[in-house]
Design a protein around this ligand. Structure first.
Ligand code: IPD
Ligand code: CA
Ligand code: CA
Length: 271
């Protein structure tokens, strides 16, 4: 039986409370799909409401901690060692379209290092959590990344550039390489859950460019604590700064990284 520490309980309870509101609002969104005005404004209110609940709960439990919230930005705390890094609704576009695949992501940073993470998927009631050195869990089950050794058998998650974001030609070079070398590529639309799915062995790997700290904080710890490897696309550890990330099980990280790097080199326009 997995024993959750007090701080994981604080994070999990905050996520459960915010999720109750999100589930109620998601029910409404499904109705609003067919209205002329659409659910756009309603969803941004749902997002902000979830953020407010999380902020209240986390701040009540740990008053001095700093905050980095997707909507509210950065707020310094009296405790300069600790900071919450939170995405109140990851998978907003799914939520907006009535697609039941979204999550709350909460990371706790201590002196610049993520030491605890919780990702909660309300529609499946799946609570992923990890603490540095103590392993990664889904509800009460210990997680381990997949054991697949061959890229040809692997299923890899990704995030596609959208609207004005990202660099489509560069991204497409990496996609072409991965889709032809593996059993398939999935774009589920919530990066925090993609990372949690790698930790749970559902996906064998995941890559995306240009993510934000709140997409990554909890999920990177989950992957590491489940025995997976984490890097940026150049093989370094700048994920939280660059937003570029590649995670995979311990066997596939190296070949996947080499494949993507080669594709990026080949796809680079001539100088
Ligand atoms: C987005 C999702 C999506 C990813 C985007 C993120 P949001 O977060 O994680 O999967 O491809 O890069 O911005 O906006 O839904 O919180
Ligand atoms: Ca996000
Ligand atoms: Ca978000």
């Amino acid at each position: 039986m997995a024993v959750r520490s007090p701080v994981i309980n604080v994070m999990a309870n905050a996520a459960l409370k915010a999720a109750r509101g999100l589930i109620r609002d998601f029910g409404e969104v499904e109705q609003l799909q067919v209205s002329i005005k659409g659910p756009g404004e309603f969803v941004s209110t749902a997002d902000l409401k979830a953020e407010r609940t999380l902020k209240n709960e986390l701040t009540r439990a740990r008053p001095g901690y700093g905050l980095l919230f997707e909507e509210g930005g950065e707020v310094a705390g009296t405790d300069s060692h600790h900071r919450w890094i939170v995405d109140p609704l990851d998978g907003t576009t799914n939520f907006l379209h009535g697609i039941p695949h979204f999550a709350i992501s909460i990371g706790l940073e201590r002196d610049g290092e993520i030491v605890a993470g919780v990702i909660y998927e309300p529609t499946r009631d799946e609570m992923y959590w990890a603490e540095k050195g103590a392993g990664a869990y889904l509800n009460d089950r210990r997680l381990r990344v997949s054991a697949r050794r061959q890229l040809g058998e692997a299923v890899i998650g990704t995030g596609l550039p959208f609207r004005e974001r990202g660099n489509p030609p560069v991204y497409l070079a990496s996609l072409a390489a991965v889709m032809t070398a593996t059993s398939g590529v999935r774009r589920f639309g919530a990066a925090a859950l993609d990372l949690a799915y790698v930790a749970a062995g559902r996906l064998d790997g995941f890559w995306e460019f240009g993510l934000f700290p709140w997409d990554l904080a909890a999920g990177l710890l989950l992957v590491r604590e489940a025995g997976g490897f984490v890097s940026d696309l150049a093989g370094g550890q700048t994920m939280m700064q660059s937003g570029d990330v590649l995670v995979a099980n311990d066997r596939l990280h190296l070949p996947l990284a080499a494949l993507i790097r080669q594709a990026l080199r080949d796809g680079r326009p001539a100088a």
